[in-house]
Design a protein around this ligand. Structure first.
Ligand code: COA
Length: 220
């Protein structure tokens, strides 16, 4: 019999497991290594804002002491943009430079793709750079999917966001990630925009669409 899965508020003791699981699911539900070689740097980029600067907006799913799912929430997109741009990205660039990762061909290819995406990322951020809008990232361990863990994590964040007066929550999904699209649509999210993007996977350039899903939150 499956043991009970508990949805709980994030605590710093879950930080290291959360960073691992994020890297385990970051490439459309699969491990990140086909797109990026360094888990520590990837986890900083993908999770550090949420765990270190806004920890109250994150929730975790725990089964027998093991973290099996997480939702990293941000309830203020403007603050997120400022912290990322002025603090975390500069720190990360220094860390990445010191680690020598910029000399790896996989990383150079990825950086070129990021530069190609830059104008689109800016257009997109301009449309969602408000303090009453939030966003989220969610991940569930592959052996715990389809057991309502994702839905329970979304509900925990939405309830919290509603109490805080947030009007919209966004999530971005790679167009090939059909499972995530179906999941978000079932949770009441709708596609607001599609951005053509470029990424490098297994050394090959891939074109895809970044789908911006939005859910309106009715405030309590
Ligand atoms: C997207 C994701 C978070 C969904 O998590 P999940 O825990 O599997 O989601 P849920 O179980 O709550 O719901 C997913 C599906 O399982 C179904 N389900 C729920 N309980 C079930 C059960 N006991 N048996 C079978 N299916 C079940 C749900 O009805 C839903 O069905 P649908 O796909 O037909 O709509 C998960 O697939 C994931 O981590 N993906 C990788 C990371 C990612 O892509 N994140 C999104 C970008 S931020």
């Amino acid at each position: 019999m499956m043991n009970k899965i508990n949805i709980r508020a994030y605590e710093p003791s879950f930080r290291s497991q959360l960073r691992q699981i994020c890297c385990d699911v970051a490439d459309r539900g699969e491990p990140i290594e086909r797109i990026f070689p360094d888990r520590d740097i990837a986890a900083d980029l993908l999770t550090k804002y949420y765990t270190d600067y806004e920890p109250r907006s994150s929730f975790v799913a725990v089964c027998d002491g093991r973290l099996v799912g997480y939702i990293n929430g941000c309830l203020d997109n403007r603050r997120y943009g400022l912290v990322m741009f002025w603090l975390l990205i500069p720190q990360l660039l220094v860390k990445a430079f010191k680690s020598g990762i910029f000399f790896k061909p996989q990383v150079l290819g990825m950086l070129k793709a990021v530069l190609e995406n830059w104008p689109r990322i800016f257009t997109w951020r301009k449309g969602s750079f408000h303090s009453h809008q939030g966003h989220l990232h969610i991940g569930v361990a592959s052996d715990f999917r389809h057991q309502d863990v994702g839905a329970s994590l979304i509900n925990a964040l939405i309830e919290y966001a509603a109490q805080k007066g947030i009007v919209e929550l966004e999530a971005t999904v790679h167009s090939a990630n059909k499972e995530a699209s179906i999941f978000f649509e079932k949770q009441g999210f709708e596609i607001r925009a599609r951005y053509p993007m470029v990424m490098v996977r297994d050394g090959q350039k891939e074109r895809y669409q970044s789908l911006l899903y939005v859910r309106t939150i009715s405030t309590i």
